[in-house]
Ligand binder design. Structure first.
Ligand SMILES: Nc1ncnc2c1ncn2[C@@H]1O[C@H](COP(=O)(O)OP(=O)(O)OP(=O)(O)O)[C@@H](O)[C@H]1O
Length: 257
């Protein structure tokens, strides 16, 4: 699905990504973790073709970036980020915000086909937001808005869904509700790539983890092989204990750490 082969990105001669090789296969779901500024968002922007590497080759869904129409590839990729949320119009009805996800634009300036409206309403109902579908987006809680973004991204039936910290800023209740929806993505034929700062957000859906440190991959592979006290110490420079519960990893910072 996604192949990154010896990717380096230099900015002002500084490597932001440094010789990163990552293969994401169909049926895998990846969580990407690393400290602030380690290069996670940059990696996502390379996957979506918004940034090109200084060196290396990126192939997404069989297309090699640099010799394909990136806009065509992007139609098969859903991308959820805080900056997208900020571009949505708070006065638009929720169902309409979701419906625009079927097309490559942010607002409708023409009549919305009935079947598109129905698909949006169904997705909202699935996420327990049916009651809010006619309300303006701005009346929803932060957690509900994130769910709306998720529903919106699913309208185009993407083959790859990329999420940049979708649970940032949510309280425990709203985060767990959002994680239920993320975990339910297993019912769809979509490959998920998910950036987070919180290890416990690696819900059972996720099969693989990549840890990134200063633009380099510290470790990448099946989650239980990659998430160890040693790799986490190397990535975060904080000694932690790791425990699996409910097929989710939980960490405790060691006292004195
Ligand atoms: N437009 C830019 N110009 C110069 N440097 C940039 C630019 N965008 C990002 N960087 C730098 O690239 C590095 C990686 O940034 P990136 O946003 O990918 O990190 P991140 O791991 O997503 O961080 P965070 O967890 O804080 O969101 C940082 O040092 C950042 O300052």
């Amino acid at each position: 699905m996604i192949s990154m082969d010896h990717i380096t990105l230099l900015r002002d001669k500084r490597p932001i990504l440094d010789d990163v090789t990552l293969q994401i296969a169909s049926g895998e779901h990846w969580a990407i973790l690393g400290r602030n500024g380690s290069g996670k968002t940059t990696l996502l922007e390379m996957m979506t073709g918004y940034l090109f590497p200084t060196q290396g080759k990126i192939e997404v869904l069989g297309n090699t970036y640099g010799s394909c129409d990136v806009r065509e590839v992007r139609k098969q990729i859903g991308y959820i980020s805080q900056s997208l949320l900020e571009k949505l119009t708070l006065s638009d009805p929720v169902w309409e915000v979701v419906a625009t996800g079927a097309f490559a634009f942010l607002r409708f300036y023409q009549t919305i086909p009935d079947e598109v409206k129905l698909q949006a309403m169904n997705l909202l109902a699935e996420m327990n937001l049916g009651h809010a579908s006619n309300n303006p987006l701005g009346t929803l809680s932060q957690g509900e808005r994130k769910k709306v973004m998720l529903a919106r991204s699913l309208m185009a039936n993407p083959r790859i869904l990329i999420m940049d910290e979708p649970c940032a800023g949510l309280d425990l209740f709203e985060r767990e509700k959002m994680l239920v929806e993320i975990d339910r993505l297993r019912q769809r034929d979509v490959t998920v790539v998910y950036v987070t700062h919180h290890i416990e957000e690696i819900v059972p859906l996720f099969t693989h983890v990549a840890l990134i440190r200063d633009g380099k991959l510290e470790a990448a592979g099946p989650k239980k092989e990659v998430l160890t006290t040693e790799t986490l110490l190397n990535t975060y420079e904080i000694p932690v204990d790791l425990e699996w519960s409910g097929d989710r990893p939980w960490i405790k910072v060691r006292s004195g750490g």
